[in-house]
Design a protein around this ligand. Structure first.
Ligand code: AMP
Ligand code: FE
Ligand code: FE
Ligand code: ZN
Length: 280
């Protein structure tokens, strides 16, 4: 396995800086990684700088959470032009919405007597794109939960007192934004979609809709995808001539499930196909 194409850093809700991720990738003998932070490309420059002369290829990427048929669909973008104006403006809008949401969530928690300060949450997030993991860290710090996972379970997941839905753009809009910025749009971890809910709500058909919008790949290889799912998505890639991508969704140590950098990914051949799809 050469390339891990799904990695988060402190630019969003990962716990390792872009430079630290690069060092880890080099020590694991990876040949390429893609930074796919939520709603931001702010970590890419630092990672590319850190990777100079190491032989590691750092692919500029992004992950955008979108709304489709009451389901949360994540769209990855690869090799986008990170200085693209429309992209920058759109991402800024999404990050501002994240800040408003965090403020609402902190206020909701206060209503049930769980007090974390918004300032502390912002401090934990640093320059990064704000997310629930930063609120989770603040809750753990104040002793409201023993682990971030517990904080999610008690206060931050859908259906708990602190939950506020994130502002989301339409799935096809995310595909369009990535494409307009010269990037290659890919459907992230389809195995995480709630298929039962989708069966009830999805009148148009996820794949026809994605294909019409211009999707170019499917994240086939993913830690939680069973061999049967991998087989299924490979079949879809063949049928629709899509690029099979893969990645670990690494968020740093002590985050989510204990997945490791490089736990899933692809060979350089897939990386070359992505680069070609991006036009160079
Ligand atoms: P947000 O983007 O603010 O909605 O937060 C979503 C992020 O929270 C995901 O990208 C994961 O990094 C993290 N996350 C989601 N569910 C959990 C969970 N149950 N335990 C720990 N982290 C989670
Ligand atoms: Fe995340
Ligand atoms: Fe995701
Ligand atoms: Zn991710």
């Amino acid at each position: 396995m050469d390339a891990d194409l799904h990695v988060h850093t402190t630019a969003s809700d990962g716990t390792m800086t872009p430079a630290e991720i690069v060092r880890m990738a080099v020590s694991r003998r990876l040949r390429a990684i893609a930074l796919t932070d939520h709603d931001t490309v702010a970590g890419v420059a630092e990672a590319q700088e850190a990777a100079r002369e190491s032989g590691l290829l750092v692919i500029p990427g992004i992950e955008i959470n979108t709304d489709y048929a009451e389901e949360e669909v994540h769209i990855l973008g690869y090799w986008l032009d990170i200085s693209n104006r429309e992209l920058q403006a759109k991402l800024k809008e999404l990050r501002q919405a994240r800040a408003v949401r965090a403020e609402k969530m902190v206020a909701r928690l206060a209503q049930i007597g769980v007090s974390v300060s918004l300032d502390r949450v912002l401090e934990i997030a640093g320059m990064g794109s704000l997310g629930r993991p930063h609120i989770a860290a603040a809750l753990v710090e104040k002793g409201y939960a023993l682990t971030p996972a517990e904080a999610f379970q008690k206060y931050l997941s859908r259906g708990t007192p602190g939950y506020v839905a994130r502002y989301k753009i339409a799935m096809t809009e995310a595909v369009r934004i990535v494409t307009a910025a010269g990037g290659v749009p890919v459907l992230a971890h389809p195995g995480l979609l709630n298929r039962e809910r989708l069966l009830r709500t999805d009148r148009r058909g996820l794949f026809p809709e994605l294909l019409a919008a211009g999707i170019r790949g499917i994240e086939v290889y993913y830690p939680k995808h069973t061999p049967a799912l991998v087989h299924h998505y490979l079949e879809l890639c063949r049928r629709y001539q899509l690029i099979a991508t893969g990645g670990s969704d690494y968020h740093g140590p002590g985050q989510k499930e204990a997945v490791e950098l490089g736990a899933a990914g692809v060979e350089m051949e897939a990386v070359a196909r992505l680069r070609q799809a991006a036009g160079g």
